[in-house]
Write a protein that binds this ligand. Structure first.
Ligand SMILES: *[C@@H]1O[C@H](CO)[C@@H](O)[C@H](O)[C@H]1NC(C)=O
Ligand SMILES: *[C@@H]1O[C@H](CO)[C@@H](O)[C@H](O)[C@H]1NC(C)=O
Ligand SMILES: *[C@@H]1O[C@H](CO)[C@@H](O)[C@H](O)[C@H]1NC(C)=O
Length: 566
């Protein structure tokens, strides 16, 4: 870190009526230039109000991690004994010293702050640009995302008084330049084709070209009988004005689940000004896919569509607020499926990525299974053709979530778009050290320098993800992507949870320690062929055991039932 004394700030203090001791300012975060794709267009108007979030140092994140593994490891005597919100907050809440130091600094500057998380580890303040520039020795400017024309107010550097640096993780949004969320499937209208019948045991031949719920039921042995436990719910995350349409859902169920009530619907929860208008032409492909393949697969499990609006100060905030909202929700779902991701984790400063990942840690410790799509850019992530190094999308590299990749075909093969690889931000977690080491050893010198063999490897598991038939805007067609695989895998977890709750047992919670255990991996179909090319290479290859394209493999419901003790 670079030390800098802010002469401007001390000059202001001399002029102030109430004398204050000058503070030594220390650069807290900085970058040389905006991220690729953004240009600095003007100074930010001095009076423009900025909403800033202050992430305070959490008192014992390592302690919470230890607790998470205790309650998620099938070999532990505490397996399934999830923490309460209050127990989680004990690890997350800032120390009294942190609170005292930060609040006295804010009140010296006449700034009111509002805690926005249950543990009070994140504060929100609203101040004009001019005050933010003085307070943080920053230069807030307007930046434009060239491709979309969207503007945002950011600074390339900001500083904090030296006495605050150990108490504050970051101010947000400051040096972050997040491009739009990735992983949006494309819709290809289809002519009616021969379709599989629901409930058939053998995989029908039509599943080679078009995937329907009946295909997935046959592939993975998914039961068609309705779930019975109303307390066990499945959450579907919605962002960027992707709206889930009920009429399309009814059309989908009418065609593909003739054995269930075609009026089966989802509940709606909203945050950050989110909504779910039902004008059919405003339906989102992603939102329709996610609701159709949860309600269509997790038969009888109550599904909630959780729609985050765009009122937060940054596109990323919906991601954070969704989890904060669920942490504080007494009816939180036992499984959450999210088919949105940031294509390159390095688009987020490591401070912000770690904070968000620790939010997943909190929700996992409360007993929710979090499944995220691994991304659709193969090893290149969203990079353009000339890339040299592989990237990890976010949150695929966060160790506290389950990352889902894709397969296709009747004999399953890893899909070429299925993102997989290794994080540069998060080290390999214990549950997969043997798997990552074995894969890296087998690679030898292939791709040395292009990937980080000491990072968290992803995806963890996979499921079919090609040619999924959906209804969208009153039309049938197909979509591809890890966006298809994630709700499929999540639905299977939700059905297992239903049986566990019915048997008086705890739900599965954070899945990875179970999935990587001998019992868990034996209940997955190992996928051993396929590659995910990118950056002028063939990408990684699927192989026996874990690999960074299909993870440990695809689900086998009957085997999973036994492995979870049913
Ligand atoms: C959490 O929920 C309670 C009510 O259930 C509400 O009063 C409180 O404001 C919420 N806290 C946050 C940080 O959202
Ligand atoms: C089908 O579901 C709808 C919506 O939940 C409900 O109103 C209706 O009564 C159900 N029909 C049958 C036959 O169960
Ligand atoms: C590789 O991953 C490790 C563990 O997360 C990290 O400490 C290191 O900085 C990464 N290397 C690079 C070049 O990013």
């Amino acid at each position: 870190m670079v030390l800098a004394t802010s002469y401007f700030a001390s000059f202001l203090m001399l002029a102030a009526a109430k004398p204050m001791a000058p503070r030594t300012m220390v650069v807290h975060e900085s970058r040389a230039a905006p991220a690729k794709g953004f240009v600095q267009s003007a100074a930010a108007p001095a009076e423009r109000a900025l909403t800033l979030r202050i992430a305070l140092k959490q008192n014992n994140i390592a302690g919470l991690q230890t607790e998470l593994y205790k309650v998620s490891d099938p070999a532990s005597e505490f397996y399934g004994q999830y923490l309460t919100l209050e127990e989680v907050a004990e690890f997350i809440k800032p120390t009294d010293e942190t609170l005292a130091v930060v609040s006295s600094w804010l009140s010296e500057n006449n700034i009111g702050a509002k805690p926005i998380t249950p543990a009070g580890d994140m504060l929100e303040i609203k101040i004009p640009v001019s005050q933010a520039n003085n307070l943080l020795s920053a230069e807030f400017s307007v930046f434009t995302h060239v491709e979309t024309g969207k503007t945002s107010i950011r600074t390339l550097q900001y500083s904090l008084p030296a006495s605050l640096t150990e108490h504050v993780e970051f101010f947000h949004p400051t040096t972050i330049f997040t491009p739009p969320l990735g992983s949006m499937p494309k819709f290809v209208a289809s002519s009616p084709a021969k379709r599989a019948t629901p409930g058939s045991d053998d995989v029908p031949a039509s599943c080679a070209s078009t995937i329907t719920p009946a295909c997935l039921q046959a592939f993975y042995g998914i039961p068609t009988a309705p779930a019975t436990q109303t307390s066990n719910t499945l959450g579907v995350a919605g962002f960027i004005d992707e709206w889930a349409n009920k009429a399309d859902l009814t059309a989908f169920l009418t065609r593909f689940r003739t054995d269930i009530n075609s009026s089966t619907a989802f509940a709606l929860e909203t945050l950050d000004g989110g909504s779910n208008p039902q004008t059919r032409s405003e339906a989102g492909i992603e939102a329709n896919l996610d609701t159709q393949y949860t309600i269509g697969i997790a038969t009888g499990v109550p599904v909630t569509f959780i729609s985050a609006g765009e009122t937060g100060p940054d596109g990323l905030d919906g991601f954070l607020d969704m989890i904060t909202f669920l942490i504080n929700d007494t009816n939180r779902p036992s499984v959450l499926t999210t088919s949105y991701s940031f294509q390159d984790e390095t688009d987020l400063p490591v401070s912000v990525a770690s904070n968000l990942c620790n939010t997943y840690l909190q929700l996992s410790a409360l007993g929710t299974s979090l499944l995220f799509s691994s991304g659709d850019g193969g090893v290149s992530g969203g990079q353009s053709a000339g890339c040299t190094n592989f990237v990890a999308p976010f949150p695929a590299g966060c160790p506290f979530i389950t990352s889902v990749g894709s397969t296709g075909g009747i004999t399953e093969v890893g899909s070429s778009f299925s993102s997989g690889g290794f994080s540069n931000y998060f080290p390999t977690p214990d549950y997969q050290t043997g798997d990552v080491a074995a894969y890296v050893a087998a690679l030898g010198t292939t791709y040395t320098g292009k990937y980080n063999g000491s990072g968290r490897g992803f995806p963890d598991v996979s499921a079919q993800g090609e040619n999924f038939e959906i209804a969208w805007d009153n039309e049938f067609g197909t979509v591809d992507g890890t966006s298809c695989s994630t709700p499929t895998f999540a639905s299977i977890v939700a059905l297992l949870n239903d049986e566990l709750v019915a048997a008086g047992k705890p739900v599965l919670g954070f899945l990875n320690p179970f999935l990587y255990s001998p019992g868990g991996r034996a209940a997955l179909n190992d996928v051993t062929s396929g590659t995910n090319p990118g950056c002028g290479t063939n990408g990684f290859s699927a192989s026996a055991g874990w690999d960074p394209i299909t993870g440990l493999g695809t689900p086998n419901y009957a085997a999973l039932r036994i492995a979870v003790g049913l």
